[in-house]
Design a protein around this ligand. Structure first.
Ligand SMILES: [Zn+2]
Length: 140
């Protein structure tokens, strides 16, 4: 059973390894993202979804309110943003899954949305790596 402190340890170690190796992020991220989304549960019902969002945010130690919008943005299965001091996650009704939600929640919980834009070199890989690590939790 993978607990949160182990997951965080793996995440820190994984982040360090990624930087130290100076990998080509895009290709490796594609692979991590593919594995994270493989078999990841689709997100359907709004009631259940709100419980899931709360539970997953708690795992990240994030307790502020997050508003969920079910709406396709035409590009990605999900995105997150901050507007008027409030946090939003927008998920595609057909394409969003648990891995996508976790990726977006990681951005929110780690303050990535508080800077002007998400740093694709550092913040994006960490969110992707988090969803990747957490996907193993579901398969245990
Ligand atoms: Zn992202």
């Amino acid at each position: 059973m993978l607990n949160m402190s182990q997951a965080k340890k793996y995440l820190q170690r994984g982040g360090f390894i990624l930087v130290a190796a100076g990998f080509m992020y895009t290709s490796n991220l594609g692979l991590l993202s593919y594995v994270a989304h493989w078999n990841s549960p689709k997100l359907y019902w709004k009631g259940k979804l709100e419980d899931t969002v709360r539970a997953e945010a708690e795992l990240l130690g994030f307790h502020e309110e997050i508003t969920i919008k079910i709406e396709d943005n035409g590009k990605t299965p999900g995105l997150s943003y901050k507007q008027g001091g409030k946090y939003f996650v927008q998920l595609s009704p057909d394409r969003a899954d648990l891995a996508e939600l976790r990726h977006e929640l990681y951005h929110i919980a780690n303050g990535h949305l508080d800077s002007n834009s998400i740093n694709s070199f550092w913040q994006e890989p960490k969110a992707t790596f988090y969803a990747f690590i957490m996907s193993f939790k579901d398969r245990e």
